[in-house]
Design a protein around this ligand. Structure first.
Ligand code: G
Ligand code: G
Ligand code: MN
Ligand code: NA
Length: 254
């Protein structure tokens, strides 16, 4: 059974690790990566965030865990910035609602950016529709403050929530990320195909870039390109990798 105390120990004893999954353009060129949290338990091995994030959210531990993720992401960006061939990488980080809604989130993140001295435009925050809609006014205000600093925003799992078009236009977003549940069957499910086309044209019309996640096959990639989506993430390109593996992949692709 998973307990709150296990999560505290995990944080205290450095059992969390960031994995990195590439994001590519239609020519296979690298555009960035998403940082994905993993828990490597000394006895139980690899534990998926799908298993522990819900408990972390319930207990509020997602807040210190989330700051660890952001600190680690900033430190990694700093290292990448110092090398010619990784200088322009961007890194997307998932931030949960509970963390984004902390009253001092902007202040804390600003502190991290200053301490790490990274270029904030390399950092992208992925929020879900429900995070934003939970508390539209304060979330929008925070997004604007962070955007002033140069941070980019992607709306994760797009299409699964209840965003109204009015909000979408008001939010300082850079990107819509098409949820993988729609991508899975685009080639044979007419409803999913229609939804994906609608999301792409919505993005284009709002001046946002659109990325598809969960791209596993050439057929899915071709469909997306045919319908004007040119950024992808998924097993077709690479699964999420530990830092060493991710960096090897980068070197191999350049
Ligand atoms: O990487 P994977 O598909 O196993 O992730 C499962 C879920 O956990 C996804 O919904 C993903 O967004 C979430 N997740 C992964 N890493 C983080 C993280 O660092 N913070 C938060 N809040 N969620 C994460
Ligand atoms: O909710 P979020 O988009 O943050 O979740 C990302 C998760 O999706 C990661 O945990 C990753 O393991 C998973 N993922 C990444 N690429 C693929 C893919 O091509 N297929 C499937 N099924 N899952 C993927
Ligand atoms: Mn995500
Ligand atoms: Na997603």
């Amino acid at each position: 059974m998973m307990l709150e105390s296990n999560l505290r120990v995990a944080l205290a004893q450095n059992q969390f690790k960031l994995y990195y999954q590439v994001q590519v353009d239609s020519k296979g060129g690298l555009i960035g990566a998403e940082a994905l949290l993993r828990w490597i338990h000394p006895d139980r091995g690899f534990i998926s965030p799908a298993e522990f994030i819900p408990l972390a959210e319930e207990t509020g531990l997602i807040v210190p865990i989330g700051y660890w993720v952001l600190e680690t992401a900033c430190a990694q960006l700093k290292k990448w910035e110092e090398k010619q061939d990784t200088r322009d990488l961007t890194l997307a980080v998932n931030v949960s609602a509970k963390q984004f809604q902390q009253i001092d989130f902007v202040q804390k993140l600003r502190g991290m950016l200053e301490r790490s001295a990274i270029n904030p435009t390399r950092l992208k925050i992925e929020l879900t529709e429900s995070t934003i809609l939970d508390n539209v006014d304060s979330t929008t205000a925070k997004m604007h403050e962070l955007r002033e600093l140069g941070i980019a925003f992607s709306m994760d799992d797009f299409g699964t929530g209840y965003s109204s078009l009015a909000y979408l236009q008001r939010l300082p977003l850079n990107q819509l990320k098409i949820d993988r549940s729609f991508v899975r069957d685009i080639s044979d499910d007419e409803n999913d195909a229609t939804i994906v086309r609608a999301i792409i044209s919505l993005g284009v019309n709002l001046g946002l870039n659109v990325i598809a996640e969960g791209v596993e096959t050439q057929a899915q990639r071709s469909f997306l390109i045919e319908h004007d989506c040119y950024a992808f993430q998924g097993y077709l390109f690479s699964k999420p990798l530990p830092l060493e593996g991710f960096q090897e992949l980068l070197q191999a692709s350049r």
